[in-house]
Design a protein around this ligand. Structure first.
Ligand code: CUK
Ligand code: CUA
Ligand code: CA
Length: 641
């Protein structure tokens, strides 16, 4: 990655002029000469707009975009929580954080990862306390958000989770077998989200049992994973050449695409940069389904998941060479292109989806014939989004910019190199080093070109210093006019790789739990076995060494304020919240036992622990629920064994 424009050229470029002479060279740029000098001089270097000028511009913008107290936002934003493991719900355009949905993390407030209900959903993988989520995506019908589910990957422990959007809780979690590190994740858009497409990034030997550590040979590979969205089971896996980074699906339901940055199958950095071109793999979903149906598959180890071979020469896939170590993979909202973002190359590759049938049918001999254009945008293109008006927006990591460019103009420029057609409409500086960006509704056919969120990996000097660890910086732009305008920036905690925005009318949430909700179905089933009616009974069931304490809660009282167990008993406390009132959530916290959970209106929650300390132990409500919330307490008496 070398930045070969001189400082002068950069300052004099039209883009730099447009953004008020802000010459924000990439401080991570490999161009040591300019980059290092700038880093050395000041945090920003170059000709920098003063903090006062920025503040004035932002104040001006705020006057137009403020969501007043008491007003509701127009869009929901769903933000990945990165290696923090959760999903965050934002209001757009206020950028207020509305709620957090714990998924791959353990959450002290709600008890996610501690309660029996959450452990049941997490299954075997509840033993992991960490996660690394990147790509939140909402289910679709006919290429439009249907508001049913949100899916998200966990790179750290090779998982995919599903969140039910009516209750905003994770309701399924799946560990994908025989692969390492689920990274890229997207959904089938058309006719509906039958499948979740999930890339496993790292190449491993098969079997990976210590008998061989060779990843170069035929038995070293990774796989593209296709998950049944309703059952949350892997439907099939596709062996690929190289590795897999990001993915997206088309608007016909037929094709999915994935970028590969390690076509070299290298195990070190230099090796992964060896080839001038890596590739995009195109998956022909109907052909893969047919192959599985016809029994043309194998299985790996104990797993029953059908595995098909999609390596070079297969009829199930095509490999399209693109430059170099591509990262983001984005389907344009008009359905025309898969766009691979060059990362190490300053270009993006526009793959014409309408030509893929011919490529698969052998009518096109050279896979590069499906490249509609390869426009050069700037240094370090990572991800692209769309406004529904023919424009694309690409993050330039090294330039710390977003480039707005017109797709039709880029294709014309590519086909008419002599005509000097300008396809870049605007470049704007962002703070700093952006990864993903996302325009409202851009992954659907309804891309409306109103808001653009840019998720910057570094905040440097944008906020009050908080020690060596810095927050990231999420910036919001109004893109409804001819130019992108910054209207908000704010710190976020590690690390929203990606986000999506959805109109508020596309989400319908419950305010009170349905008593038959499957979220606490297993708990309800156990109660039935114990002869308990959860809504009325306050009762202790003794079952050998196990004690189940069933109680109700109604502000400001628990149905049981004292119970006795024996030292060493395995105690399960099951609380049913009878407050049928919006927003009256209770908690249950057993002091000195690491026990804490949420019980929202009409919900049942349960938590299991060992009563290993004889003596008296207070429990209390830890969600402020009533004027007498402090008095909402009880005592567990543990008799010596
Ligand atoms: S990835 Cu992080 S900036 Cu995981 Cu979508 Cu590109
Ligand atoms: Cu119940 Cu606080
Ligand atoms: Ca490579």
């Amino acid at each position: 990655m070398s930045d070969n424009k001189s400082d002068k050229e950069q300052k004099d470029s039209p883009q730099a002029m447009e953004t008020s002479g802000l010459s924000r060279r990439g401080f991570l740029g490999a161009s040591a000469a300019t980059g290092a000098a700038l880093v050395g001089a000041t945090a920003l270097g170059g000709a920098v707009m003063s903090r006062e000028t920025w503040a004035a511009a932002v104040k001006d913008a705020h006057a137009n975009y403020t969501v007043a107290p008491g007003e509701l936002d127009a869009y929901y934003g769903f933000w990945s929580g990165g290696h923090q493991g959760e999903v965050r719900i934002m209001g757009i355009p206020s950028m207020r954080e509305l709620m957090r949905i714990p998924v791959f993390n353990v959450d002290s407030a709600t008890g996610w990862g501690l309660t029996d209900e959450s452990k049941h959903i997490m299954g075997e993988s509840a033993k992991y306390r960490n996660g690394d989520c990147h790509h939140p995506h909402i289910s679709m019908t006919d290429g439009k958000y249907d508001g049913k589910y949100l899916f998200i990957n966990d790179k750290a422990n090779s998982r995919v989770a599903r969140i039910r959007l009516d209750i905003m809780k994770c309701d399924k979690m799946l560990t994908v077998p025989n692969v390492q590190a689920i990274h890229g994740l997207r959904l089938q858009k058309v006719p509906y989200t039958k499948y979740v497409f999930a890339n496993a990034e790292f190449i491993i030997p098969h079997p990976n049992d210590g008998s061989s550590f060779d990843t170069q040979g035929k038995n070293g590979f990774t796989m593209f994973n296709v998950i049944d969205a309703e059952k949350m089971e892997v439907a099939f896996q596709v062996i690929v050449d190289g590795n897999l980074d990001n993915t997206d699906a088309d608007y016909t339901g037929k094709y999915a695409a994935a970028t590969c940055y390690n076509s070299e199958k290298a195990t070190d950095l230099a090796g992964m940069l060896r080839n001038e071109r890596d590739w995009v793999v195109i998956f022909n979903i109907p052909r893969i389904e047919a192959a599985v149906k016809a029994g043309k598959f194998t299985t790996i180890g104990d797993s029953k998941v059908p595995v098909v071979d999609g390596r070079a020469g297969s009829e199930l896939t095509r490999y399209i060479p693109v430059p170099k170590n591509p990262h983001g993979c984005n389907t344009s909202s008009d359905g025309k292109y898969f766009i691979a973002n060059g990362k190490v190359s300053p270009t993006v590759s526009m793959i014409e989806i309408a030509k893929l049938d011919d490529l698969f049918d052998g009518k096109l001999k050279d896979p590069r014939d499906v490249i509609a254009a390869e426009p050069e945008l700037g240094l370090g293109p990572l991800h692209t989004t769309f406004d529904g008006r023919g424009n694309a927006y690409t993050t330039l990591f090294i330039d710390s910019q977003v480039a707005k460019w017109n797709m039709a103009d880029a294709v014309r420029a590519w086909n008419n190199p002599d005509q000097n057609i300008e396809f870049i409409k605007q470049k704007i500086d962002v703070q700093y080093q952006p990864g993903h960006l996302h325009a409202s509704l851009c992954e659907t056919s309804e891309a409306d070109g109103k808001w653009l969120a840019v998720l910057c990996k570094f905040s440097k000097d944008r906020f009050l210093p908080v020690g060596p660890l810095h927050p990231e910086n999420d910036q919001l732009f109004d893109i409804s006019g001819d130019e992108m305008k910054l209207v908000h920036d704010g710190p976020t905690f590690a690390e929203p790789h990606d986000c999506i925005m959805v109109r508020r009318d596309q989400i319908k949430t419950k305010k009170i739990w349905d008593r038959n909700d499957p979220f606490f179905g297993p708990t309800t089933a156990q109660a039935k076995k114990d002869g308990i009616t959860l809504e009325t009974d306050n009762k202790v069931i003794r079952d050998g060494n196990k004690v189940r304490v069933y109680m109700t809660s109604q502000a400001p009282m628990y149905g049981i304020t004292e119970f006795t167990v024996k030292q060493g008993n395995e105690v399960t406390v099951i609380v049913t919240n009878l407050d049928n009132i919006e927003d009256v959530t209770h908690g249950f916290c057993m002091v000195n036992h690491g026990v804490s959970m949420e019980i929202s209106p009409m919900e049942t929650s349960s938590i299991t622990f060992t009563a290993d300390k004889p003596g008296l132990h207070w429990y209390y409500c830890n969600w402020f629920c009533h004027a007498l919330h402090m008095e909402m307490v009880g005592r567990m008496l543990v008799e010596k064994a």
